[in-house]
Design a binder for this molecule. Sequence first.
Ligand SMILES: CC(C)(COP(=O)(O)OP(=O)(O)OC[C@H]1O[C@@H](n2cnc3c(N)ncnc32)[C@H](O)[C@@H]1OP(=O)(O)O)[C@@H](O)C(=O)NCCC(=O)NCCS
Length: 175
Amino acid sequence: MKSYRSGPATERIEHRAFTLDDCESFYHLNSHPEVMRYTGEPPLRSLMDARRAIADYPDFETVGFGRWACVLKDTGAVIGFCGLKYLPELEEVDVGFRFFPEYWGQGIATETCSACIAFGFEVLKLDRILGLVLTENKASIRVLEKCGLTQNGEVTYDGERALKYEIIRAARGGA
Ligand SMILES: CC(C)(COP(=O)(O)OP(=O)(O)OC[C@H]1O[C@@H](n2cnc3c(N)ncnc32)[C@H](O)[C@@H]1OP(=O)(O)O)[C@@H](O)C(=O)NCCC(=O)NCCS
């Protein structure tokens, strides 16, 4: 199995695996109340938690892909994450994204999410990609819709009821 520690590059963003050097930005992102509000995940409580989360992230070794750090090409700053995650409970892959608020509203999530979906279909040869989102998360729903996902029911994931969005490879014209 090939391990894709680097993901797609877009006009503004490079995708790569988080390393322990990203500990501080990873911590600030994943403990920011506005960022975490509709994610259904508890915020990180310490830099130590962030170190552990990065060090113990197995996905690149176990399935070959995962959530990538999004690096703004202009500055080299880590401004969030975007990527594909295998969900063993559902035996599906979902696309997820999260950015610092100062970067919201510039089309960055749409740019990274659509690049990750293309990577999933063209490189990883996935048949379907999901987007799981809480009903209240209107911005995220909008991003998924702009990337071509459509709602297909609901799902319980991590004990939370979420809307299930999906995009099928065949429906994209055989990419
Ligand atoms: C969701 C998130 C990634 C969007 O990032 P972004 O870079 O601002 O997204 P984009 O600029 O590509 O697109 C956002 C779209 O949502 C729309 N939007 C923003 N807030 C909205 C709201 N409250 N209601 C409806 N639409 C909204 C924007 O107008 C834009 O749509 P448009 O291009 O048609 O105008 C960002 O808000 C974030 O990091 N949120 C916190 C983490 C999170 O919830 N992640 C998703 C978990 S499923």
